[in-house]
Write a protein that binds this ligand. Sequence first.
Ligand code: ADP
Ligand code: MG
Length: 237
Amino acid sequence: MGIVVERLTKRFGPNKVVDDVSFEIESGALVALLGPSGGGKSTVLRIIAGLESPDSGEVILNGKNATTTRVQDRNIGFVFQNYALFRHMSVRDNIGFGLSIRKRPRKEIATTVDELLSLVQLDGLGGRFPHELSGGQRQRVALARALAPGSSLLLLDEPFGALDAKVRLELREWIRRLHKERGITSVFVTHDQEEAMDLADRVIVLHKGRVEQIGTPEEIYDRPATEFVASFVGSIN
Ligand code: ADP
Ligand code: MG
């Protein structure tokens, strides 16, 4: 799914947390929204998902203005920092949730859930509950759940946030792999420049609600457009 974000603005009270933000993401890309905490990254992601509405500006998904599309029809998978799994549901039911609310037949749900369990290498753990899994396993369930309805856009908000260093690296590989295998357009939010530079095809640097720079990791590293980008990415020597 291709995304065009045009001149988005969003205020909370007196604060303009998203300030005239525009960018384009081509179908199949793996893109990072990078910047320090409070810069508006999550708000931009939530606006794309339809969980928040902008004060002005537009989100165009596959050529169509998304404001006319209901959230559940946007075909978007969302992964949150804190996993946000349903605690009272088994792994299977968590992964199948999006399909059951779409009233898919039982058998189809079972088949898709099995496929996804093996995709994230959690075969045999479908009967467990979230508290019986490690942090990395839980985050893989969250990924599988986001992929279940056949989403053509995956939005990940600090998906590595609550995990230790080793699991973060492992999960990075997962996202790389899922992105490659499924060719799904993916946008992830991070405040970690190393993560963004390592994983993304393109990086959008957001600071104080504004786009500082958009480019490949190499462009951003070699030719930072502003002093902020230079210091944040650490290429001042
Ligand atoms: P980031 O994800 O880059 O850390 P956010 O988009 O979460 O940034 O937040 C940007 C700013 O907007 C922050 O100052 C935050 O406190 C504020 N903010 C975010 N959501 C709300 C909300 N629902 N109500 C009021 N202020 C909010
Ligand atoms: Mg955030």
